[in-house]
Design a protein around this ligand. Sequence first.
Ligand code: ATP
Length: 243
Amino acid sequence: SAGEVVLAAKGIGVRYGGVTALDDVSFEVTEGEIIGLIGPNGAGKTTFIDAISGFADAEGSVALAGESLDGRHAHQRSRAGLGRTFQGIDLYEDLSVRENVMVGTTASLGRGAGNPPLDDAQMAQLFEVLHLDKVTERPVRELSQGQRQLVSVARALAGRPRVVLLDEPAAGLDSTESAWLGLRLKAIRDAGTTIIMVDHDMDLVLDVCDRIVVLDLGKRIAIGTPAEVRNNPDVTRAYLGSA
Ligand code: ATP
């Protein structure tokens, strides 16, 4: 319920050969929050999503609603209630929006595996929340970039996760589409899903996130409200350093 820790990441570290992609990153996410994960290129944001969702070998521990996910495979973490999207849009262009989202309920991709699939009413509600209800039978290739991003999000939500990790949902969107996406993300949160999102669109992140975690060179350099993070000199320095 609201106010409880729903995801706890402790001492997360990932190494790729000689490269330390993530180093001892810890933070807790409260149920009902939208958390933003930002940082310059190569900071470790996608690596963090991969570590939490079981797509990268990582040190440290992850707990979802008090249950340890350590040592569990990606599909088991998905089944436990962790959803995710992938950077770039990985949709089946010739299939309909509905068919693409249905993929999110099948075991083959390890997303939402084992969870009871959404029934027709729940599926209709999901499409309504994301404002995709008018285009559910259209092939994905006919959709705008903004709608396509939302189909990816819908697919991740079809497994009914408690927490969903979104990797750059605003990539390729203009500012109007991005503001629109922000409204939809708030609606998803209001419908009961906690969100962790990585994005480079600072206007979007500052607008929708309750708290922001800043990574630089694999380390957590700041955590706080949008106002706190914006005024943090370490954050400014990290971004200037990478410019
Ligand atoms: P961006 O904003 O550019 O997407 P990011 O913050 O998501 O960056 P990551 O993609 O997590 O950063 O990369 C963190 C570091 O780990 C980088 O130095 C990157 O080169 C390295 N890295 C990431 N994935 C791999 C991999 N599969 N093999 C080797 N090195 C990797």
